[in-house]
Design a protein around this ligand. Structure first.
Ligand SMILES: [Mg+2]
Length: 384
């Protein structure tokens, strides 16, 4: 089997509401969908939820956007991939790392399309290609964007009514405001709901961070705190100083980052995406490091559309160890809504079937490959 063509399309999914985090400069949902064609007429799908203002700690990983992703596919990687056997995933990863330094979102999109082709060829779901499912039911955490305390609390109540009792709350990194937001949410939803703030590197110094986290733990019962500061040394100081677990997100992209985090004890929980790592293969390596170090993990992302989310669901299924409820979109098709607010960031999607959802959990598909098909009418409707 040989690759014959790569066809990237930029889409903009319609947002349910305005959603943002501290360092986000562009609207979410303007992403690239890739079709890789083969001479066996098997087509593989991938998604790059690339965001230019999203990168690593201290500028260590650059942002990507749809134009950069398309440039790398059309002008650089297509001619290197055409003619290759799509099932040679490791060969493709090595080639891409040789030809293009960095740009993990582009590579992750390509790798997931290759896994989709391989799974369809072998008649196996992608999680089987990753060694099988440790779980098939994936608990979902809803992410509340930066908002006023009142509005964040209103959203939280709606999410809990929809059946999700696990909330990530984006806060701006100003201690008084952050505390007001998490307190308002706690008051609105009661003690049974798990809540944790994502600071997105917002605190400038460790003392401010430590005091703020302690206040939110004492007065709002937060269960964890995500990426309060920037840089492995500050993260280590905070991890040592506070009682609630510290989640690393912007600080962990590659297996090498994960090793360093374990060595330096700079987090308690690792947030893994299929994209930051440059694909599911490397994401599984991060998972192996986390599990070996006794660290819980979650599978978050950039609020993917249906194709990207399929990749995240297969990753969530295949990772061994302690996997916490994860910020995974409940992809909604117009007229076929399963929840109103919980997990819903877009009013429509480009896949033909929504993922099975019930009681705060999504199920990974057992269909061959990623288990999703494109609705080409929707692709036309939302392409930019
Ligand atoms: Mg985060």
């Amino acid at each position: 089997m040989r690759i014959t063509a790569l066809d990237p399309v930029v889409i903009q999914l319609p947002g349910r509401t305005e959603y943002g985090w501290r360092s986000l400069e562009v609207p979410i949902g303007r992403y690239v969908i890739l079709r890789i064609e083969t001479d066996s007429h098997i087509v593989g799908l991938g998604e790059a939820p690339a965001i230019l203002s999203w990168g690593g700690e201290n500028q260590r990983y650059f942002g990507e956007d749809s134009e950069i992703v398309c440039h790398l596919i059309v002008n650089v990687l297509a001619r290197k991939l055409i003619g290759r056997d799509p099932r040679d995933i490791k060969g493709a990863l090595a080639m891409m790392d040789r030809v293009v330094r960095g740009f993990p979102y582009t590579k992750a999109m390509i790798e997931s399309a290759l896994l989709d082709i391989t799974g369809k060829f072998a008649n196996l779901p992608v999680y089987q290609l990753l060694g099988g499912a440790a779980r098939t039911k994936i608990p979902v955490c809803h992410s509340i964007g930066i908002d006023s305390p009142t509005k964040a609390a209103d959203t939280a109540v709606q999410v809990v009514e929809d059946g999700i009792g696990y909330l990530q709350i984006k806060v701006p990194g100003d201690p008084a405001t952050d505390l007001a937001i998490v307190q308002a949410v706690r008051k609105a939803v009661g003690d049974a709901v798990v809540i944790y703030p994502d600071i997105n590197r917002g605190y400038r110094d460790t003392k401010t961070a430590i005091n703020s986290i302690r206040a939110m733990a004492g007065e709002a019962g937060i269960s964890a705190v995500e990426q309060p500061v920037e840089g492995i040394d500050m993260m280590a100081q905070i991890t040592k100083s506070v009682d609630v677990p510290v989640i690393v997100d912007e600080g962990c992209w590659s297996p090498f980052d994960a090793l360093e985090i374990v060595r330096r004890q700079s987090a308690d929980i690792i947030s893994i995406y299929y994209t930051k790592s440059g694909g599911l293969t490397r994401a599984m390596e991060i998972g192996a490091i986390g599990r070996s170090a006794g660290m819980p993990m979650n599978v978050n992302g950039s609020l993917e559309g249906g194709v990207g989310n399929a990749a995240n669901l297969h990753l969530s299924a295949a990772l061994e160890g302690q996997i916490l409820p994860s910020v995974i979109t409940i992809n909604t098709l117009e007229g076929r809504e399963q929840t109103k607010v919980a997990g819903v960031f877009y009013l429509d999607d480009v896949i033909t079937e929504p993922f099975a959802y019930a009681n705060g959990c999504l199920w990974v598909s057992d269909k061959p490959g990623l288990g999703v098909e494109l609705d080409m009418d929707k692709i036309e409707k939302y392409r930019t």
